[in-house]
Ligand binder design. Structure first.
Ligand code: SF4
Length: 470
């Protein structure tokens, strides 16, 4: 139901002792599917070579039983789910990306966006580099491989490359004998690792993927850190830690991440409850019921309801089976067909003054349709409460919030937006509450640029989803 697409999810396995490392990766990627539904892929190392499979589609469509069986045994693997934020959605841009070079091969998966990718690529191309994809992940691979010519150990090459790469990157790299987990200096995107009971290390974008493969959480990778998994165990390279202000994307807590994940020590579910409670405090209204837009408005609705003693109710049933292949309706059928995806529960809504909680309003078109569904189901009043502040700036760090023209809050006041989407009142989360969402202390620093315009890096020239398309 969302106008913002997710970004990407990464997953890695090191030291697997059982037969089927591909199957373990498949389970991990399944738990990360919410982070990207355009394409996915998997690469395993069987000790002699890398085996790779990737394609357009969901995890269960691309990584079939036949593919898993054909990959055979291995001790290391990496996997990726993608929504393309730089580069189109072709199979070529799907990940993992495999790089073969004299100084050593590697496979890479990446979550985030490199803000200086455009300039780096142009410089590399002017020096003879040839690119096969239009994604910024290939730029990362090129920069690292170039460093490897002077620095044979992959971790040394990555450490130097981190001084060149600017922007958001949570990476997992697989070489012939090592796995590396790398998080950019600001820590825009999450990354953590854990271990299964048989001693296999698991690295994942979110802790929910560790839970999915029965691994216990060990810790988050720190902003700027490289964690190396090799025959000597696990060791951390922290030369680039604390060299920049931390800036985990606050929207991970509001929308991107799964509520059962814990990111940088803070529960996503708790953060959303807190956002709902802030809204109840700042935008109270007399009403009969609080409902949430599935999925990411639900926790906020519960938080709102708990804080103001108005009952929480199930306002919508979401059809779980509407996937990527759902045929997009022509404009005039759009309103009717929204009901296939999201159907209001009239027993909850009819004749009631409804507080509707959603995670964001982007263009306003989806919100307007949802409000109309509630009116048609007999809601007497609809009061929309939004668990994020208004979007007024593009995101350059791996989401597709890319143009001010498409952001309703850039063009209209709150009252005007309320009129456009047809609600009786509208209340957004206040910007000053953002630092308190995750742990309640307000001490941690986050990226809030799409709400505040305070970018933690330069924002690069010409970077957008299709900047490398010819
Ligand atoms: Fe997240 Fe917004 Fe920052 Fe992008 S600009 S990383 S969506 S907080």
């Amino acid at each position: 139901m969302h106008e913002i697409h997710e970004e990407c999810g990464v997953f890695g396995v090191y030291g697997h002792k059982n037969e089927n490392v591909a199957l373990l990766t498949y389970y991990g990627l399944y738990a990360l599917q919410h982070r990207g539904q355009e394409s996915c892929g998997i690469a395993i190392s069987n000790g002699c070579e890398f085996l790779l499979h990737k394609d357009i589609g969901l995890v269960h469509e691309v990584i079939t039983e036949k593919i898993i069986d054909s990959m055979g045994p291995g001790s290391m693997a990496i996997g990726h789910v993608r929504y393309g934020t730089t580069g189109n959605s072709s199979r070529t841009n799907a990940q993992p990306l495999l790089v073969k070079h004299l100084k050593g091969s590697m496979a890479v998966v990446h979550n985030g966006n490199i803000v200086n990718a455009f300039q780096l690529r142009r410089t590399l191309e002017m020096n003879g580099a040839i690119f096969h994809t239009t994604s910024d992940t290939e730029v990362i691979s090129y920069v690292i491989t170039k460093e490897r010519i002077r620095k044979p150990e992959i971790e040394d090459a990555v450490l130097t490359a981190m001084n060149v790469l600017e922007g958001a990157y949570s990476l997992i790299l697989m070489t012939e004998d090592k796995l590396l987990a790398v998080r950019d200096k600001h820590g825009f995107r999450p990354l953590c690792y854990g271990m299964t009971s048989d001693g296999t290390y698991i690295i994942a974008s979110e802790s929910c993927a560790l839970n999915a493969v029965d691994a216990h959480f060990i810790r988050d990778i720190r902003p700027g850190e490289i964690v190396v998994f090799d025959k000597n165990g696990v060791h951390s390279i922290d030369d680039n830690c604390s060299r920049a202000e931390e800036a985990l994307c606050i929207f991970e807590y509001i929308y991107f991440a799964r509520p059962d994940s814990v990111i940088d020590g803070c529960s996503v579910h708790q953060a959303r409850l807190r956002a709902g409670a802030f809204l109840a405090q700042d935008h109270p209204v007399d009403a009969d019921i609080v409902i949430g837009v599935p999925d990411s408005g639900i926790d906020g609705a519960i938080g709102y309801a708990n804080a103001c003693n108005i009952p929480y109710g199930i306002g919508f049933i979401k059809n779980k089976y509407v996937g990527r292949t759902f045929i997009s309706p022509v404009q005039k059928m759009r309103e009717e067909l929204l009901k296939i995806k999201l159907n209001p529960v009239s027993a909850t809504i009819s004749g009631k003054r409804v507080i509707l909680v959603d995670d964001s309003v982007v263009r306003g078109t989806t919100s307007a349709r949802i409000v109309k569904l509630l009116r048609d189901a007999g809601a007497k009043e609809v009061h929309l409460r939004v668990t994020s502040p208004p979007f007024i700036n593009p995101c350059y760090y791996g989401t597709d919030i890319d143009s001010r023209e498409n952001l309703i809050a850039c063009k209209y006041s709150v009252d005007e937006i309320a009129r456009i989407i047809g609600v009786d009142s509208l209340g957004y989360l206040k910007v000053e509450h953002l630092p308190y969402l995750a742990d309640g202390t307000g001490r941690k620093k986050y990226c809030t640029a799409c709400f505040t315009g305070e970018y933690k890096t330069g924002i690069g020239d010409g970077i957008n989803k299709n900047c490398f398309e010819i």
